[in-house]
Design a binder for this molecule. Structure first.
Ligand SMILES: NC(=O)c1ccc[n+]([C@@H]2O[C@H](COP(=O)([O-])OP(=O)(O)OC[C@H]3O[C@@H](n4cnc5c(N)ncnc54)[C@H](O)[C@@H]3O)[C@@H](O)[C@H]2O)c1
Length: 328
């Protein structure tokens, strides 16, 4: 039994690899980057998913596939790379893996396939129409199609998990974090919007900038605070392994994420208090972010039960921030 885990150097994949090794499995990791992990039951291939010789090496002896790796970017200049990594890469990887007749495929999709930011209704469930609005969301939907095609034509059952936004708790109060920096901290947010070339956003943010770093309570142009799901990586890993080991999950598609959404108005004041940073409330141009996603199916059918409340995540984030500051 060799389980192929793609994205093995990433936030989710690296922890899935460790959990599988702890359970006594033999694992091959496949990623652009090395994970640095050394283990007698672990082999690693570095390369891009769309590089067929690398994908063929990664797929050797594979008996199951957890395709958790992907390129994530919302920068307009990255569309070509997104399609190469997430669409062509998924096609090539699946073709190479299927040569070995694996017993199961599990694919990490995303709530951006709906997309949650412009929902037809709330909470967003698995029956919601699929109408991605970002190149990233489009590549995830095309990835789902490739996975279902592979399932239909090979007979290997596949499980698709539409991931909530996922963070290590420690990232929440880290201004250098890829996600949490621009989401919660003023200066990284300005830099991100400058990179996107979004003048209206940059001007609105600069208007509240007095030069000091601050936390930002983002609201939309009508003053509605942002609301979205943020799920701890360890809960996601539990859900992935639960679905991967379940016969009932074969052929199924589930939303995977926290039960309760993260409400910016509720949690940003506490985050400001813990960091000692000023909190700035801003009404940003546009409709903003406001959604809830239902995890009811994976909870009722597979017994998924997330353990990380937002309060617990914030407490761990504050400890991690304090440790970083002591070390600096
Ligand atoms: N983190 C989130 O908020 C979130 C939300 C929805 C869906 N997802 C999906 O969950 C999965 C895991 O996300 P994560 O947070 O661990 O991401 P991550 O960025 O931490 O890990 C992804 C890994 O994929 C690797 N990778 C990217 N392009 C590659 C390529 N062309 N060839 C080989 N390796 C490549 C990267 O090097 C990285 O190690 C991804 O499929 C992502 O699309 C994540």
């Amino acid at each position: 039994m060799t389980i192929l885990v793609t994205g093995s150097a990433g936030r989710v994949g690296s922890k899935v690899v460790r959990r599988l090794l702890e359970a006594g499995e033999t694992v091959t990791g496949f990623d652009l980057r090395t994970s640095g992990l050394q283990h007698s039951n672990y082999r690693e291939v570095t390369g891009t998913f769309d590089d067929r010789p690398a994908a063929a090496r990664a797929a050797e002896d594979v008996t199951a596939v957890l395709h958790l790796g992907a390129f994530m970017s919302w920068h307009p200049a990255d569309a070509d790379r997104l399609h190469r990594a997430n669409v062509e890469g998924t096609r090539v990887l699946l073709e190479e893996a299927l040569r070995h007749k694996p017993r199961r495929i599990l694919f990490a999709s995303s709530g951006e396939v709906y997309p949650e930011n412009v929902p037809n209704y709330l909470p967003v469930d698995e029956d919601h129409p699929l109408k991605p609005r970002s190149p990233y969301g489009l590549t995830k939907l095309l990835g789902e199609e490739l996975v279902r095609y592979a399932e239909r034509t090979s007979g290997t059952p596949a499980t698709i998990l539409r991931f909530s936004h996922t963070q290590d708790a420690a990232e929440l109060l880290d201004e250098s974090s890829f996600f949490s920096g621009p989401r919660f901290f003023l200066h990284p947010k300005i830099r991100q919007q400058e990179g996107f070339g979004n003048r209206a956003m940059v001007e609105a943010l600069q208007a509240i900038d007095d030069g000091r770093e601050a936390l930002v309570l983002s609201r939309n142009e009508k003053g509605r605070p942002f609301r979205m799901h943020i799920t701890e990586t360890r809960d996601m890993v539990d859900g992935i392994l639960l679905a991967f080991g379940s016969e009932q999950a074969a052929g199924r598609t589930y939303n995977l994420g926290a039960t309760v959404a993260f409400d910016f108005a509720e949690h940003l004041p506490r985050m400001a208090q813990l960091t000692g940073l000023p909190l700035k409330t801003i009404d940003l141009p546009g409709g903003g972010v406001f959604y809830e996603t239902s995890n009811a199916h994976i909870r009722s059918e597979l017994g998924f039960e997330p353990q990380w409340t937002i309060d617990r995540m914030i407490a761990e984030a504050a400890e991690a921030r304090a440790r970083r500051h002591r070390a600096a």
